[in-house]
Design a protein around this ligand. Sequence first.
Ligand code: NAG
Length: 198
Amino acid sequence: MSFKAVLVLLAIGAVFVAAVPTPVEIEGEFSLVQLLLGSPAMRSDLFNVECVDYYSPLLKGHVDKYNEDFTTCKDTYDGAFALIDSSFQYARDSLAGSVRNSCLSLLTCDGRNSNSDAFDCLASRGPLASKELEQASYKASDNQTSLLGQVSEIADTLSKCQIEAYRTYNTNHGECYADMVACLGDPNWEFPSTSYLL
Ligand SMILES: *[C@@H]1O[C@H](CO)[C@@H](O)[C@H](O)[C@H]1NC(C)=O
């Protein structure tokens, strides 16, 4: 195996991203490695082509596991989000009802026959309706603060979960990848006994 080829392989293995990459990005990286290793030029340059056949499925296994773990993190988040969101449905419906009643009490003033009655109706009901709307605004603001607080907690959990999944992937995939690179350059590479894998 030429030095050039080793360097290319190592460079790909060292690809690093600051944020947690999505499974799609990880799969893209994996496909690139596959593509390079599968090219005739590269294959003719390698000492030990069996390494690719042996390690590719193992690498793919780590990619699949990451995909699975990443998705599980998101599913857990989605479930928790739905629970939090539905726990505010009652508060929202009561606010909507209260606002509707306050507004209706003023709108019905329009149904009075004489101008004088309409003025009287608005003048007497206005302050209460206004107070009710102000209360509704306070409650909505409280509910919003509490809703966003709870969502921020589960978003934090989601982020930790995905970082953890990525670290696990990075460690396992990295070790496996290092083994493959070592194997590619070693004509006498001893493949691990498969008996313990079964
Ligand atoms: C929404 O806000 C109201 C008023 O502050 C409060 O009584 C209620 O418990 C809140 N609802 C939820 C689900 O937090």
